[in-house]
Design a binder for this molecule. Sequence first.
Ligand code: AP5
Ligand code: MG
Length: 191
Amino acid sequence: MRLLLIGAPGAGKGTQAERLAARFGIAHISSGDLLRQHVRNRTSLGQRVKSYVDNGDLVPDALVMAMLRKPVLAAASGYVLDGFPRTVEQAKASYAVVRPLGVEVQAAIHLDVPREDLVRRLLARGRGSDDTQAVVEHRLQVYLENTVPLLEYYAGREWMFTVDGARSADAVHEDIVERIQKLASFIEATR
Ligand code: AP5
Ligand code: MG
């Protein structure tokens, strides 16, 4: 199974991706986690991306794409992508890479959470340099400007759906699983 999660900062992409990965036995691939790991380990990629991550700006597409190529192609039993793609450009560029290999995404899940909840969750978490009030505000702005157009780009495709992400993590998880199962039987029936 190949899934992707789209949602604002704090929407619960990481939380839900972890559960979906365990439930379906697929790889959890988080662009943000991988970037933070590079920054922590002071790799050459880490040094190039640190200021973007700290400021809540998007890392240039080419760097993110190169970083994700290996884990995505290595995920033999499937994957849940968390935080990628987050622009229309990334979606188009990655589709061109994975489509010929037959490993394109099968379902896109949009986690919808009101802004007040997002800010509250992120400030409570305090992950590090990017969970301060100012950077959180900026990350939300970047989401509106760059990722909301991706939702519009995917809108109307039968493999994309929105769930109410403001409920408990368990309720959100069960809802996603139900929707995926419905989608899977729909795909089976129309094959
Ligand atoms: P990334 O790591 O993707 O951060 P983000 O999108 O800002 O989202 P978060 O990880 O903060 O939130 P989340 O949706 O995963 O929620 P979580 O489950 O943690 O990206 C970081 C940076 O990397 C970017 O700013 C950019 O610089 C760069 N980057 C990453 N991908 C990129 C790309 N594709 N292109 C370019 N640059 C890229 O939950 C948040 C909190 O809420 C937690 O404390 C959690 O416990 C809690 N919570 C979760 N679910 C619930 C619930 N249902 N109810 C109550 N609390 C909940
Ligand atoms: Mg995350």
